[in-house]
Design a protein. Sequence first.
Length: 401
Amino acid sequence: MKKSPTIRTRKRGEKWYYSFEAGIVDGKRKQVSKGGFLTEADAEEAGMEAYVAWKHGNIGIVSEKITLADFLHSWLENAIRPNVKRNTYINYKIAIDARIIPHIGSIAIQELRPLYIDQWITKLAKRGLSRGTLSITKGILSAALNYAIYPAELISSNPSLAIKLPRTAPRRVTKRTIITPDQLASLLNDFPVGHKYRIPVLLAYHTGARIGEILGLEWQDIDLDKKSIRIRQQLQNCREVQVYFFESPKTESSYRDFYIDSKLVSELKKWKMAQGAARMKRGEAYQLIYEDKDRQAFSLPVSEDCPAGAVYKDLVCTDQTGLFIKYPALSRVLRRYGLNAHSFRHTHTTELAAYGALPTDIAARLGHHDATMVNKLYAHDTEAMKQATVNIIEKSIVRYQ
């Protein structure tokens, strides 16, 4: 086999070494080398693998010819997983394993053509996938193919860029319902003081916080005297393995402190007493919540010691046994009332806007970077707001007889 001009080999004593140039760093040529091989052929082969891995971004690719499936798995584990939240990684993995690889995964990435991608996305649309799901899935593939251009240098262009989503793909918009006083009264009637869902519902209604943020609240995050709450974590369920993890908030702007009203403070005080009474009643059988080194949530009875390396989580939202509240179960209950997690956030925002709160202040309270998302998704033009608008027009704009 002809020796590669890229890989240099030489013998030192009884062992063989390889080396190759790996670009220029700080104005100096960087060289990668390794020794300890018994033969020159072994050194040459190892050097080629190391060179290909370096050339393709060190994501585990050791061959110039690679299927899309193998590339996506390497990209996901080595380029994506270390840099995103756990649920983002899981969502990427589900999209790749369920919606990309079964259809076009066997094609070599260098042979992937726009036609194949267009046929693939059309096939998914015919299966009834929503436009949002198609857009996310295509976006994941496009991001991976961009990585294949650089730094992986496997392809020279992205074959997915010019592909449009089929116009027939259905749009599924999350319904954002404003909760009426009667609906809220019904919820609170069904969830009296001491019920496990009462406090999550009240926190959602009075703060507009995300449900994961609410379920991740600890008592140390609530100052009942100063009437304030701070958001520092969220409790998320991992759909792939059906476990729960504590995670950092969704974005940097999601870390926030805000004030709460007296009614909510009163409810929280009642619940704190009820929670303490439940713990006293159950004694050593009461469950305590912990997180392990991977931030996975788990429970143990009071009778058992805290495991080494685990951290106790004094959660606000628990049931009468001390167990944390699970998001999917809460969502199923809300659907019986024609509501979802977005209903509370939408209602809270609309009420604030109706009573004159500034969009920037609303955005800060919700954990958004700016007011754009508030105006786009949450603010709902109520009849009162419409009337207020026309009153302004009558006072400040219409000045002629």
